[in-house]
Ligand binder design. Sequence first.
Ligand code: C5P
Length: 224
Amino acid sequence: QQIPVVAVDGPSGSGKGTICRLLAQKLGWHLLDSGALYRLTALAARHHGVGLDDTEALVVLAGHLDVQFVAAAGDDEVQIILEGEEVTLAIRTEEMGNDASVVAAQGPVREALLSRQRDFAQLPGLVADGRDMGTVVFPEATLKIYLDASAEERARRRYNQLISKGLGASLEVILDDIRARDDRDMNRAVAPLKPAPDAITLDTTKMTIDEVLLAVLDEARHRG
Ligand code: C5P
């Protein structure tokens, strides 16, 4: 039986994370936060003293990530445990986001994470959040959504998100980071960030979370 997959791609700060979490809750489906896997690989590299340019060692780390995603009650985000240590917040810093995008630019590392991501496709269905969900990981996805927003708006959202988590942040630094990360994610040789040809693009710059969620749910229902 084919497992239904909703693939949601887009640049950092486009609202993907929140939308995917809410969508998975509404549908009662599984959730893949693929960015977390790249962040975890970057954090594991740091823990093991592996350089971010040491592709061979990164592939080994990515292939053997000792990670658990522990579902939390209600609206809370899942807890992430790496090698027995809770790293839910530690992987969300801008620094880890940037390290993740350096790691993610290396083809062999992406390949090492491929089967792990596909394993998340389980009944009754999967909501997959990332950069290449519709283009590479789940090309047969039932529905492909590309969420976009202006860099300034995405920086503002990221800033508010970090502050609300009690993490320090500077709007200016975040905007610079977002531009650098966009550049790296969109212009890399392997699995660059771009909408799949059959994706529906939503510009969320002026939309609320609720409006985006409704629009995506509407599309999802159309596809049965
Ligand atoms: O989505 P998030 O900000 O957590 O992702 C961190 C980084 O991981 C991204 O900037 C991107 O470079 C990389 N990534 C990727 N492919 C994915 C998900 C994330 O290359 N499917």
